[in-house]
Unconditional design. Sequence first.
Length: 284
Amino acid sequence: MIKIEGLTESSAKEILNSEISHSLKDYLNQPLEITENQIEFYQQNGFVKIENVIEPEFLPELKKIVEAAVLIRKGKDERNLKDKSQYEQSFLQCGYLCWDFPAVKEIVFAKRFAGIVRDLMRADHIRLWHDQALFKEPGGRVTDAHQDCSYWPIHEPQFTSTMWLALVDVPVEKGCLYFYPKTNDPNLKEYVDIFKNPHQPKFLNDKEKVFVPLKAGEATFHSGLTFHGAGENRTSQMREAMTIIYIKDGVTFDSSDERNKTHTSCIGLNEGNLINTKYTPILI
């Protein structure tokens, strides 16, 4: 059974049915300026670490909201880790939380985060793709190296980006992300089925792997093209992260792959249509 310290089902529901504080709401829409060096690093390497994405003053409330949503989604699962599928042993995955829980929506729609992505991609406007909490249980196995855009029906994967926000300190031993720099290359696309039958693309054998431990409130941002994964959680504590995936306004629907053409965010679209559905609003 999934347990989160300090939360019960009733207290989680109370948190999720309450208004977030005015101070957090204001903060989530305050811009965070990033440097040209950070933008260049992201453009060249396909990922970047950003500090103080959420400052310590505001982290506890934000963290509790995400934890509450995860508990409501997963709290009734009574299986032990060993009884779950290989994929489920990698992380607790809770997607599209913002559409079920208004408190989470305030976080996911934050202009603070979307503004960082806009600047990193040098875009005019940014849309939401979707959100997902990714918690890794104590003893959770590795997250196999993969490329996010393999699972997304988008013709322009270079214009996708994921924020991976650490809600707790995530050192190497707790399962921080690792990245393969400079794999944000459309010519390196390869589908890795981390759901059923993961494999290691051969070209990664000669690539450098960079682990990026994070302090709570820090985040990485990575291109949907960038190959990455995460280590196992060798600690007795939950690894907690909230991710939000963004697309540049103007990207289009790719229906060519049967494995993902029914993606929720593209519901109702036909090949080549502009991705502009109820799930993908412009955020900034």
